[in-house]
Design a protein around this ligand. Structure first.
Ligand code: FCB
Length: 444
């Protein structure tokens, strides 16, 4: 039996566009995800987040659900276009929604953990060049400052950005996410501006603002393995590691971009002048914690046909409903590497979970055994890591609810609570019951 300490934080996570709905209420204007999801062909089931889980109107019910799990914390994000529906115009009504949510959570003894940016840039900002424009850093700071001013009293943990790799590379390189561009140069610039805005927010929060909570960033990281020992495959794995992991880890923890990746990107990026003097010092501001979203390992092989000389290799591992390798052992490798090469900060697993094809039984039960297994295995790894003093300070299940899974729409269910999108009814899955038990017993 493995134990979790009294201080260990258990939580669940969501994000604004994926659950809120009420897309045109409370003064909210469209974000890049409203525009993208309404563009034919972008979302596999043709859906949008217009209604999503209707969380905006069902907050009380959802807080009850969170409470019933017995978790210590709830992670949610703030829809920027509720707070600044147009450039420079603050919308108190938008903020009131989050303030009420944070206060209610506090009253229930649940710590709010707030992600400032979970991918839903206002459309007005995109129309001025989006994250490719360095001005975006100022727009973000105006937004972040308002969030600190209005919510810091109730919020114990702030996450500046969720997965800047997805926002930059899926948004501007592969085009799978909003705003759907396919230009590596734009993606690299975007990643820099996201990181710069992170650094400035941390600097402001801990300095001039004097925030009382903790602040950090969340990266999506995967340990990368070469499909074989060949020089080609090892080169390929190194490139993918650079693209996914080191391009973000190195500036944050070492105040530099990896030279091999600058070389590789230089074929597509005309100039790196957008990295201005002093930027890397700002990006590497000391934080209070480091957040990781972990889903899977990556197995990589050489591909001469691809821009960056690699592709995903065939893997015989058991997979989740996303086709992702179930890899709790490799999750431990990732943490060992971070401890060795990057940081001794407390680490929060700010997302971990899995999509499977759930079946809602006639009696309202969802026997999601595969998800129960997935969560247990990863929590076991966390407990084992902590026995080795790896200082994992908390774990948030992705996700509280089935929700709008970006380019997959409502086809992929990650929730520990099932949502019937025809009538918005919530059903507690077996995984939620098991998670509740683990949280209660603080052991598994
Ligand atoms: C992460 C995102 C989150 C969710 C999960 C499945 O990349 O942060 O919003 O979509 O994947």
């Amino acid at each position: 039996m493995k134990q979790f300490s009294k201080e260990f934080i258990f939580g669940t996570a969501t994000s604004s566009y994926q659950i809120e709905g009420a897309a045109a209420e409370g003064g909210r204007t469209p974000s890049i995800w409203d525009t993208f999801s309404k563009t034919p062909g972008k979302i596999s089931d043709g859906s949008t987040g217009d209604i999503a889980c209707d969380h905006y109107h069902r907050t009380e019910e959802d807080i009850e659900l969170i409470k019933s799990l017995g978790v210590d914390s709830y992670r949610f994000s703030i829809a920027w276009s509720r707070i600044f529906p147009t450039e420079g115009t603050y919308n108190p009504e938008g903020m009131a929604f989050y303030k009420k949510l944070a206060i209610q959570l506090r009253e229930e003894g649940i710590e709010p953990c707030v992600t400032i940016y979970h991918w839903d840039m206002p459309q007005w900002a995109d129309e001025k060049g989006g994250w490719v424009n360095r001005e975006s850093v100022n727009w973000f700071m105006e937004f972040a400052k308002k969030c600190f001013e209005e919510l810091d009293e109730y919020v114990s943990k702030w996450i500046t950005h969720n997965e800047p790799w997805c926002a930059a590379l899926l948004g501007y390189h592969t085009g799978e996410h909003a705003p759907g561009h396919t230009n590596l140069e734009e993606a690299v610039k975007t990643s820099h501006h996201l990181l710069l805005s992170h650094g400035l927010a941390v600097q402001y929060y801990k300095g001039e603002f004097g925030g009382t909570g903790e602040i950090g960033i969340t990266l999506n990281l995967s340990p990368v393995y070469a499909a074989s020992d060949s020089v080609n495959d090892r080169l390929a794995a190194n490139n993918h590691d650079g693209y996914l992991n080191r391009w973000f880890l190195d500036p944050i923890f070492k105040a530099q971009y990896p030279t091999d990746m600058l070389n590789l990107y230089s074929k597509y990026v005309h100039s790196f002048d957008f990295i201005q003097e002093g930027d890397l010092e700002i990006i590497s501001q000391p934080m209070d914690f480091f957040g990781i979203n972990f889903y899977s390992r990556a197995l990589i092989e050489f591909s001469a046909a691809s821009d960056l000389l690699y592709k995903q290799a065939y893997s015989d591992y058991a997979k989740t409903g996303m086709g992702w390798d179930i890899s709790p052992r490799e999750f431990k490798d990732l943490i060992y590497r971070l401890r060795e090469e990057y940081t001794s900060l407390p680490i929060y697993i700010t997302e971990n979970g899995a999509a499977f094809d759930d079946v809602l039984e006639d009696d309202g039960q969802v026997h999601d055994k595969a998800r129960v297994d997935y969560l247990e295995k990863h929590l076991l790894s966390v407990a084992e890591l902590n026995e080795e003093n790896m200082n994992i300070a908390g774990y948030y299940v992705w996700s509280l609810l089935d929700n709008f899974e970006w380019a997959f729409g409502y086809d992929k269910r990650f929730g520990i609570v099932y949502v019937d999108f025809d009538n918005q009814k919530r059903y507690v899955k077996d995984s939620a019951k098991r998670f509740k038990e683990i949280v209660q017993e603080r052991s598994l």
